[in-house]
Write a new protein. Structure first.
Length: 228
């Protein structure tokens, strides 16, 4: 059976984008954020400090298991839930049908897709490190990936929360702002990663190879999956 994807770019006619299942998603994210603030109060300021200060970021990497730390797992989960919700709201707002299903079923598939993309990316990095028996600053780049994702999840939360309480016209403006946050952080991560690799003496050939295989290729696969 062939799946047909529809792109009419017709703005949603309903007054609000909110659906009943969205509230538990926001509540779950809020509880996770509150738990981190109570138990690891310095983690949130530290994330933003690491975003701006490379030296502090490297110190954090040396001191902690940053990818398996409980707070990191909570923030990463928050990112998956929020970026998947953004994907869903963009589809609903513009009457797109990039994945089969609707409502919570569509959202669940978006969550699985996001997890799959980053799992493949992480495995790809580990395979490169294993094959070459060298790091090539990929450990730092891996941390950068998840650092940007955590910050993205935090920044998307209030924006997306507002979208379900305002009319669709205002919600579309907020969705563009949310998409802008994603694009800016993605580009910042790429530029920062390339500069780090260059300063560490990594060959431009390896940098281009990495970008093509683990950054551009996953995006092309994503576009293929959603039918673009």
């Amino acid at each position: 059976m062939t799946t047909i994807f529809v792109y009419d770019l017709t703005p949603r006619s309903e007054q609000y984008l909110s659906e009943g299942w969205m509230i538990p998603v926001f509540v779950l994210c809020l509880l996770g954020f509150a738990w981190v603030r109570v138990n690891y109060g310095r983690r949130v300021p530290q994330l933003f400090s690491n975003l701006l200060n490379v030296r502090l970021m490297r110190q954090t990497m040396r001191e902690e298991l940053v990818l398996t730390h409980r707070a990191s797992l909570v923030f990463s989960s928050m990112f998956v839930l929020q970026v998947s919700l953004l994907f869903y709201l963009l589809n609903v707002s513009w009457s797109l049908q990039t994945l089969p299903g609707s409502g919570l079923a569509f959202y669940g598939k978006a969550v699985v897709l996001v997890i799959l993309i980053y799992t493949i990316k992480l495995l790809g990095i580990q395979i490169v490190q294993w094959v070459t028996m060298s790091d090539y600053s990929l450990s730092e780049y891996t941390y950068n990936i998840f650092l940007m994702n955590k910050i993205m999840g935090i920044l998307l939360f209030p924006i997306l929360l507002c979208t379900i309480f305002v009319d669709t016209a205002s919600a579309r403006i907020l969705l563009w702002a949310a998409a802008g946050v994603v694009v800016i952080l993605f580009l910042y991560r790429l530029i920062r990663g390339m500069l780090t690799a260059i300063t560490q003496g990594v060959s431009p050939v390896y940098i281009i190879l990495y970008l093509c295989t683990l950054e551009i290729l996953p995006l092309l696969l994503l576009f293929k999956v959603v039918g673009f």
